[in-house]
Design a protein around this ligand. Structure first.
Ligand SMILES: NC(=O)c1ccc[n+]([C@@H]2O[C@H](COP(=O)([O-])OP(=O)(O)OC[C@H]3O[C@@H](n4cnc5c(N)ncnc54)[C@H](OP(=O)(O)O)[C@@H]3O)[C@@H](O)[C@H]2O)c1
Length: 251
């Protein structure tokens, strides 16, 4: 598929492994310059080796939940690239949580800080750049856990539901500046993040039995829709969340 992203500069948060790494690879293949951030420098160095393309790739360690690190990330981007055309809000983390009544407030804060506040901090900076330029694309990774109360993933789901509403709010605010803001809500995707579920055959069989397509997603199933939402092909789509779940939420 050809999305033709040459002359575009994209920031992928959490791009050192999993879905983010493959989004970065596809953006590079489509001709974009790519900036990757993640917390650990070693992970970014390893990603840079597998991606190759050093003239088009920049890696910058940053924790997206920490305002000073997000400021430093965007200061570096402004200095090296001037602006970004595409933001992929890919960072997400989950820690298995008890029910709300039994939840420690510190655990709540940690999950909300990374998933929701981090997405806000990065989107805010990107929105300023894109509004000034008069064009841009923001694509955020949500999850079907943001639409369906999922045991053990309740706070993650609340954060993802917040990302979907942030997508609508930001889309409305930036519509007249030619910036489209959309999200993607996958069900389970085969990455390290979800390995505790898919590596257990009994659990995997159960999950597959709840999906009309009878299989969990591979990373590529998610990357192509992300590229579509980051490309001109989606120029009249904004404020939407595309559900990528093999039909899991239709039954
Ligand atoms: N895999 C699934 O089944 C699934 C399903 C639905 C939705 N999603 C969503 O898809 C996205 C990607 O998931 P994935 O499975 O590819 O995750 P993953 O394999 O765990 O990768 C997460 C990436 O984010 C980085 N990261 C984590 N916390 C960060 C922070 N605070 N600041 C900066 N970078 C951070 C990690 O690097 P460092 O550790 O070095 O920071 C890593 O590069 C997430 O938003 C997730 O919620 C995944």
């Amino acid at each position: 598929m050809n999305f033709d992203l040459k002359d575009k500069t994209a920031l992928v948060t959490g791009g050192s492994r999993g879905i983010g790494l493959e989004i970065a690879r596809s953006l590079l293949n489509e001709g974009a310059k790519v900036i990757l951030c993640a917390r650990k420098k070693e992970g970014l160095d390893a990603a840079a080796i597998t991606l190759g393309n050093p003239e088009k790739l920049t890696i910058i360690p940053a924790h997206i939940g920490k305002p000073d690190q997000v400021d430093a990330l965007f200061a570096a981007i402004e200095e090296d690239h001037g602006h970004i055309d595409i933001l992929i809000n890919n960072v997400g983390m989950n820690l298995i949580t008890p029910g709300i009544a039994d939840l420690d407030p510190g655990l709540w804060q940690k999950i909300i800080d990374t998933n929701l506040s981090g997405t806000f901090l990065v989107s805010r900076k990107a929105a300023l750049m894109m509004r000034a330029k008069g064009c841009g694309k923001i694509v955020s990774l949500s999850s079907i856990a943001g639409r369906k109360a999922t045991p053990g993933m309740g706070i993650y789901g609340i954060a993802k539901a917040g990302i979907e509403m942030m997508t609508k709010v930001l889309a409305a605010e930036l519509a007249l500046f030619n910036v489209q803001v959309n999200a993607l809500a996958p069900a389970m995707v085969r990455t390290e993040f979800s390995k505790p579920f898919w590596s257990n055959k009994e659990l995997l069989d159960h999950v597959n039995s709840t999906i009309p397509m009878a299989r969990i997603a591979e990373i590529d199933d998610v990357v192509k829709p992300v590229l579509f939402l980051a490309s001109d092909g989606s120029s009249y789509i904004t404020g939407q969340t595309l559900v990528v779940d093999g039909g899991a939420t239709i039954i």
